[in-house]
Design a protein around this ligand. Structure first.
Ligand SMILES: C[S@@+](CC[C@H](N)C(=O)[O-])C[C@H]1O[C@@H](n2cnc3c(N)ncnc32)[C@H](O)[C@@H]1O
Length: 833
């Protein structure tokens, strides 16, 4: 958390920021002797002392002074690693039983002192006990040999998507959103996507095999590279109900049809409004000090001040996009009241009774939380202010009335417009910044200390020493009526600094579409290419608040080994995706420039792959016929591509009805949404080098298989566990080498090309009559001239083998280990014959 805002930095600021980070590392490494600390879990190369921090938060009273020592002592220790089982995974029960029956005992025996240590245990407050706490820090998991098997398990399951490594407190906000499977949810600041993943899990939880929930999630983030991380994270979920967008949350498009259009057209949605909004805003991130100890050196009170204005704007935009009766959760991983209670108060003030703070004290009762603060002060340049009245005029551009409990004075000053979004987005506010050292004798202003009139005790503060976590702030708000209307004449300039008047709000339910500055910046060139996400996943665990490296744009998607496949010219082109500058006056921007990739345009967004409905009947019919796809599986308007040249389509994505409705609306409103990723990769162009005798040019992707599986009637085989395992272990098996000769024969009788192999129960006679349901295990294969080859990644093979071994427990001593040697690290493909 709190790493937000980098997207708005200028190049020079980014350079300074990088340099200062590097200096922190250099300084701190030379301060310490790594050899003596290597295996010490408490070791950190950073000093965890910061006098300004103690001074500031003691005065703010975020914890009772009697508890201060305990609070900071815990804050200075490394954070225990926590993780969550994906509740919608078909393997969630297997994983849980593996944890309970194996790891709980083995880890306790191995590392528990005298056996009493609870090495790993479920977090009782998480519904269904899907979330788990370990007593080991990330460093311990990496370094401690006895934990190796557990660490490997976490890494593998995380990669597959069966579990997500995520900080415990970061799991809390989505739980208070009360999401239902038919909800439209907006995750405004979503990257790297751990909460988006949770939201998707909830939406998918009760879906039956082959059906999709009615709801959907739009995950938005300002930062393109972080968006790519999010796409990678959520790809593990295999969902057709997700759109990823790339906007400034405070300017998120309204997508509202005008009234004439509404009358003329029979459409599903007239405006993009949401049932739930998650507003996990960029913040100073001091709640993550336990996992990001370098923050101790950098921390100063100004970090929070600098983000306050942006946080209000984002929350207000979220509220304006929320349906009446809908819920919004505002959260930060900061402990600073200026980013928390002050923001909530200002939002309530602006909404004038149309929004209420919800008392959720009876929800998740096992989660220990503390009430929000009702009183706090504002610290600026050596002075504590208890009221805005005492702030000298020359400091009023940095110290805003909205920062105070009463918010008094905000009507006199256009407070939010005084905040430079560029600065606040960066977390750098020169005016508000303070030195690290506290002033020895701070001045206190004269006025009486203010107390908020709002029921801020309904906000939740989670503190580290209550349940051995990081710190978090959460407020749950409900929109009970339309937001206050803005009189026509006060619909003020909408520029980078200010979306709305300081004391009034734009409600999309009432106000016609606004022209956001972002919409106007059509010329912004950012290459966001179709699923150009590195499968060699950077560890996105707990990335909130961390500076992220760019994700490779090279497409190493879930493709079979290219060595074995014919080179597809289109693939080559897409893999070399790089921004190509096209002169502004170019007539047809989609035209190919010799040897270079065309500049993609998605509506008004240049440099972004377009989203196009795929309607090529010839291809669709060939796919339907080849796999015998049941007519009940809806194709019409559910297929999209990211290539407007439909003759060269490489991948076809499947979208749910909810996503389709949003996409259709987006076309009608002039493509206001800048879509980075949409839907589920369902089909992928594929030919074998052995000569493309395959009648269908498209294979089914591993992500799409679970959804379409119940509707496939051709090119499908049921294998006995022995043959299924044989396939997974060897990756390619000659037809005559299968244990079950009939199976080999059936494989040989398939049409050449992609096919699906389903794991049977062991009885070779009965397997054909098995019904496909949520528990069915199936893999994509390639029927070549003489053999079957699996078309899933080595990691997936390994995971499936482990599951098989646990399920069937055949006791033959086979390790089930997959030989990765003949393959590219990630991919297994149909092998040349
Ligand atoms: C606290 S992190 C979000 C963590 C995320 N919700 C999760 O659980 O993985 C804040 C995010 O806000 C993004 N951000 C910063 N300024 C933004 C803005 N103006 N609009 C949208 N996103 C923004 C940052 O790129 C960052 O990814």
């Amino acid at each position: 958390m709190g790493g937000g805002g980098r997207g708005g930095r200028s190049r020079t600021q980014r350079k300074h920021f990088r340099q200062s980070r590097e200096n922190v590392w250099k300084r701190s490494k030379s301060d310490t002797d790594p050899s003596s600390t290597e295996n010490n879990p408490a070791w950190t190369p950073f000093s965890t002392e910061n006098a300004a921090f103690d001074f500031y938060y003691k005065e703010q009273g975020i914890v009772d002074l009697q508890q201060w020592d305990q609070f900071v002592a815990v804050l200075r220790t490394p954070l225990p690693a926590t993780f969550r089982i994906n509740s919608s995974s078909q393997f969630s029960d297997d994983i849980r039983s593996q944890l309970e029956n194996d790891f709980v005992h083995s880890l306790r025996d191995e590392v528990g002192e005298g056996g009493e240590t609870e090495a790993i245990r479920p977090l009782l407050w998480y519904p269904g006990n899907f979330a788990w706490h370990s007593n080991f820090s990330r460093m311990q998991l990496r370094k401690n040999q006895t934990l190796e098997r557990f660490h490997e398990f976490l890494k593998l399951e995380n990669e597959i998507g069966n579990i997500t490594r995520q900080e415990a407190v970061s799991m809390v906000p989505p739980l208070f959103l009360d999401v239902h499977s038919d909800h439209f949810v907006l995750d405004m600041c979503a990257a790297p996507g751990s909460k988006t993943f949770q939201l998707l899990e909830i939406i998918h939880e009760s879906s039956k095999s082959g059906s999709l929930p009615d709801g959907m999630v739009i995950a938005n983030d300002l930062d393109v590279q972080r968006c790519n991380l999010l796409i990678h994270q959520t790809k593990r979920m295999c969902t057709a109900n997700l759109i990823v967008t790339n906007h400034e949350a405070q300017h998120f498009p309204g997508c509202r049809l005008n009234r004439n259009y509404e009358r003329m057209e029979d459409h599903n949605i007239g405006q993009l409004l949401f049932d739930r909004v998650l507003c996990d805003v960029p913040c100073s991130g001091d709640g993550t000090l336990r996992k990001a100890p370098d923050l101790w050196r950098k921390w100063n009170p100004g970090m929070g001040h600098g983000l306050h204005g942006l946080q209000i704007l984002i929350a207000m935009r979220g509220l304006s996009l929320l349906k009446i009766g809908g819920r919004i959760v505002y959260s930060t991983c900061s402990m600073n009241p200026i980013e928390n209670e002050a923001v909530v108060s200002e939002v309530l003030r602006r909404c004038g009774g149309s929004v209420k703070l919800v008392d959720v004290s009876s929800e998740l009762p096992q989660l220990i939380r503390r009430p929000g603060l009702k009183r706090w002060k504002v610290y600026d340049k050596g002075t504590w202010f208890v009221s805005y009245n005492d702030v000298p005029k020359f400091r009023r551009s940095a110290v805003l009335s909205s920062m105070f409990p009463s918010g008094r004075g905000h009507r006199d000053v256009d407070s939010s417009c005084n905040v430079n979004v560029e600065d606040v987005t960066n977390g750098i506010n020169e005016n508000a910044g303070d030195g690290v050292q506290p002033v020895q004798n701070p001045v206190m202003s004269e006025s009486d200390e203010e107390v908020s009139d709002f029921p801020l005790e309904h906000c939740m503060r989670i503190v580290p020493h209550d349940q051995n976590t990081g710190a978090f702030f959460i407020a749950v708000l409900q929109k009970v009526s339309p937001l206050p209307v803005i009189p026509e004449k006060t619909k003020i300039k909408i520029d980078d600094q200010c979306v709305e008047p300081a004391n009034q709000s734009l409600d999309d339910a009432q106000v016609q579409q606004i022209t956001s500055p972002e919409n106007a910046r059509e010329e912004k060139l950012e290459v966001v290419s179709e699923v150009n996400v590195d499968d060699n996943e950077p560890n996105t665990e707990d990335m909130e608040g961390e500076d992220l490296k760019a994700v490779s744009e090279e497409n190493v998607d879930n493709e079979p080994n290219t060595e074995d496949m014919e080179d597809d010219p289109d693939t080559r082109e897409e893999q070399n995706t790089k921004e190509t500058l096209v002169p502004d006056n170019v007539q047809n921007p989609m035209k190919r420039v010799a040897g270079k990739r065309k500049l993609q345009i998605q509506g008004k967004w240049r440099g972004v792959d377009p989203v196009v409905f795929f309607k090529d009947e010839t291809i669709i019919n060939s796919i339907r016929d080849f796999y015998g796809i049941d007519e009940r599986f809806p194709f019409n308007n559910h297929l999209v591509t990211r290539n407007s040249d439909t003759n060269h389509v490489k991948r076809i994505y499947y979208i749910s009805k909810s996503v389709k409705d949003v996409l259709e609306l987006n076309f009608k409103v002039g493509q206001q949404l800048k879509i980075t990723s949409i839907g589920l990769k369902m089909f992928e162009r594929q030919t074998a080098r052995e000569g493309s005798s395959a009648p269908c040019a498209f294979r089914i992707s591993s992500e799409g298989l679970p959804l379409i599986l119940p509707y496939i009637t051709k090119q499908i085989l049921h294998a006995s566990p022995a043959d299924f395992k044989h396939l997974l272990q060897n990756k390619e098996v000659k037809f005559e080498d299968f244990a079950d000769a009939k199976f080999g024969e059936k494989a040989a009788n398939l049409l050449p090309g992609c096919c699906v192999v389903i794991l049977g129960t062991g009885n070779t006679v009965a397997v054909e009559s098995l019904r496909v349901d949520e528990s069915t295990i199936a893999i994509g294969c390639w029927r070549g001239r003489a053999r079957l080859s699996v078309m899933v990644t080595a990691t997936d093979c390994q995971e499936l083998l482990e599951r098989l071994l646990i399920r069937f427990d055949n006791g033959n001593g086979s390790s089930g280990h997959v030989d990765k040697s003949s393959n590219n690290e990630e991919e297994i493909g149909a092998v040349q014959e």
